[in-house]
Design a protein around this ligand. Structure first.
Ligand code: PLP
Length: 385
C-alpha cells in the first residue's frame, strides 16, 4: 500500500469502513443496499420544482456567506414554531450540508490540542472533523441497558479533562437511535456553563423520532449567553441528501465569526438549492410526517423479525432510521458484514465504523419499502439464526 501524503494529523484519519465495504461490491447488481443512511425516496416534486423555477429565472449568482436572508428567516421561523423559541436571522447560518455545518462549527471553537468529548458509537464524521483540526477525541460509551441505549451523564462529566474544548453530542444518534431526554439536556447545559465548554449538538435526526413529533432539542434550553452550536440538515427530514444543504443555530455573538469561516470555506450556496430549502420548510410538513409513519412501520417490522432470531439483540431505536443490532458470537463486525454481503446479498454497515464502542454490532438502514426489507430479512435469516 502506498504511504498516504498530507500533514501528519490527516494522514492518520481512518478511511470509512462503510465505503470500503460498499466499494468492494461495485458492479454487483443484486445487492440490497441497506448500508448508507438516507431516505429511499427522491426529494418531493414540489421542492424540486422550486429549484427548477429558480434556475429558469437565472438565479445563478454568488450569494451571501450566511445564506439568503429569506432562508435564514424561514429557518428561524421553523425552529421557533417547533420549539417555541425566539431565534432571528442573526442566530442562523446556512451551510452546504450538515457535514459542513459540523466542520464549520468545530472550526469556530476547537483549538489544536484541546479535548473534544464524544458519546459513541457515533457517525465517524463527527470525531474525524474534530481530529482534522488537531482536536483530541475522547469517547464516552453509550451502553444498551434494559433494551435501550443510555448515556451515563456522571461518566460523561467525569471524563471531560481540564482542557475540554467542546462536547460533541449527536442526539438522536446515528447509529444507535439513542436520544437525550429534556432533563439530561438541561444537566449537560449546566455542566457546559460551569466548565465554560462549548456544546456542539448534532440534531440532524431531530424530526425522525417514534414517540413524539420532534426529539428533545438543545434549541429551547440554551440562552444567548451560552456557548453552543446546533447542527442541522435538510438531508434526512426532507429527503434531500444529494442537495447538500444544512444550517447552524448559534448565539448572535458568534454570527460574525460564522460569516468569516463560511466565506473562507465555501463562500456561498447555490441560490436554487436555498430556495428549495425555503419550500421544504414552508410546505414540507406533511411529507415529514408521512415519512415518519413509513419509517415507524419499517422499524416495527425489522424489530418483529429480529425478535424471532434468538442470536440477534436489537435495542429498539427511539429515533433515526437505523437498527443497530448485535449477533451472538460476532466479534469482528467488518468480517461479518462481508459475509452478509457475499452470502446473503445484503449490504449492512459494520459497527466498527462507528468507533470501538460499535464493534460487534451491525447497522441496517430501514428507510426502505417493506417488500425490499422483507426480502433482505429473509435472505439474512439463516446466517443470523
Ligand atoms: N450528522 C449525522 C449524525 C449524520 O448521520 C449525517 C449524515 O449521515 C450528517 C450529520 C450529515 O448529513 P448531511 O451532510 O447529508 O447534511
Amino acid at each position: 500500500m502506498t504511504m498516504r501524503a498530507g500533514r501528519p494529523t490527516v494522514r492518520t484519519l481512518q478511511p470509512s469502513l462503510i465505503r470500503k465495504l460498499s466499494n468492494s461490491a461495485i458492479g454487483k447488481t443484486d445487492v440490497i443496499p441497506l448500508w448508507f443512511g438516507e431516505p429511499d425516496k427522491p426529494t418531493p416534486e414540489f421542492i424540486r420544482q422550486a429549484a427548477k423555477d429558480a434556475i429558469d429565472e437565472g438565479q445563478t449568482f454568488y450569494q451571501p456567506n450566511l445564506g439568503i436572508v429569506e432562508l435564514r428567516d424561514a429557518l428561524a421561523e421553523y425552529q421557533n414554531g417547533l420549539y417555541d423559541t425566539a431565534f432571528t436571522v442573526e442566530n442562523i447560518g446556512v451551510t452546504p450540508s450538515g457535514m459542513t455545518a459540523l466542520a464549520i462549527a468545530l472550526q469556530c471553537v476547537v483549538e489544536e490540542g484541546s479535548a473534544v468529548v464524544v458519546p459513541s458509537p457515533v457517525w465517524p464524521n463527527l470525531p474525524a472533523a474534530a481530529e482534522i483540526l488537531g482536536g483530541k477525541i475522547i469517547r464516552v460509551s453509550l451502553r444498551p441497558r434494559c433494551g435501550a441505549w443510555r448515556l451515563d451523564l456522571d461518566e460523561l462529566f467525569d471524563t471531560c479533562p481540564a482542557n475540554t474544548g467542546a462536547l460533541l453530542i449527536n442526539s438522536p444518534n446515528n447509529p444507535t437511535g439513542w436520544m437525550l431526554e429534556d432533563e439530561e439536556q438541561l444537566k449537560i447545559i449546566d455542566f457546559c456553563r460551569e466548565r465554560d465548554i462549548w456544546l456542539i449538538a448534532d440534531e440532524v435526526y431531530s424530526r425522525i423520532v417514534y414517540d413524539r413529533d420532534r426529539a428533545p432539542s438543545f434549541a429551547d434550553k440554551v440562552t444567548e449567553e451560552d456557548k453552543y452550536l446546533i447542527v442541522n440538515s435538510f438531508s434526512k427530514s426532507w429527503a434531500m441528501t444529494g442537495w447538500r444543504l444544512g444550517w447552524l443555530t448559534a448565539p448572535k455573538s458568534l454570527i460574525d465569526t460564522l460569516e468569516s469561516i463560511s466565506e473562507f470555506n465555501f463562500s456561498c450556496i447555490f441560490a436554487p438549492t436555498q430556495i428549495a430549502g425555503i419550500t421544504a420548510l414552508r410546505e414540507g410538513e406533511s411529507f415529514v410526517r408521512a415519512s415518519m409513519a413509513r419509517y415507524r412501520a419499517a422499524r416495527d417490522m425489522v424489530a418483529d423479525r429480529f425478535a424471532e432470531l434468538p442470536r440477534v439483540t436489537l435495542p429498539l431505536p427511539s429515533a433515526a432510521f437505523y437498527a443497530f443490532f448485535s449477533v451472538e458470537g460476532v466479534t469482528d463486525s467488518y468480517a461479518f458484514a462481508e459475509r452478509v454481503l457475499h452470502e446473503c446479498g445484503v449490504g449492512l454497515a459494520p459497527g466498527a465504523a462507528f468507533g470501538p464502542q460499535g464493534e460487534g454490532y451491525l447497522r441496517l438502514c430501514f428507510a426502505a419499502e417493506p417488500p425490499l426489507l422483507d426480502r433482505a430479512l429473509t435472505q439474512m435469516c439463516s446466517l443470523l439464526a
